[in-house]
Write a new protein. Structure first.
Length: 117
């Protein structure tokens, strides 16, 4: 499975972005999909997960109420809607696919989100 993330950019604080992650080369439906981010000098952080069943979790408390993950299995795509962006949301955002809970096998190349104050 190949993953292609897109939708990042430069936005002012309070703005919004919608990230997309398109999958190809395999069957998308069986995978749980996660969005991660990594800021310079910081560890990678899991932001949101949507399971095959549609169950959603937001492990990062800082994004709850602001970010929304969704998936469209007909388009082999997972989305991350980012609202009320803050400068601390600045990071490289990655999507990843998992067949085993907690183990992400396939990774996209990342899309940069930069939030100016």
């Amino acid at each position: 499975v190949q993953l292609q993330a897109s939708g990042g950019g430069l936005v002012q604080a309070g703005g919004s972005l919608r990230l997309s992650c398109a999958a190809s080369g395999g069957t998308f439906g069986p995978y749980a999909m996660g969005w991660f981010r990594q800021a310079p000098g910081k560890e990678r952080q899991i932001v949101a997960v949507i399971r095959q069943s549609g169950i959603i979790t937001y492990p990062a408390d800082s994004v709850k109420g602001r970010f929304t993950i969704s998936r469209d299995n007909t388009k082999n795509t997972v989305y991350l809607q980012l609202n009320s962006l803050k400068p601390e949301d600045t990071a490289l955002y990655y999507c990843a696919a998992s067949l085993t809970p907690g183990q992400y096998t396939y990774w996209g190349q990342g899309t940069q989100v930069t939030v100016s104050s």
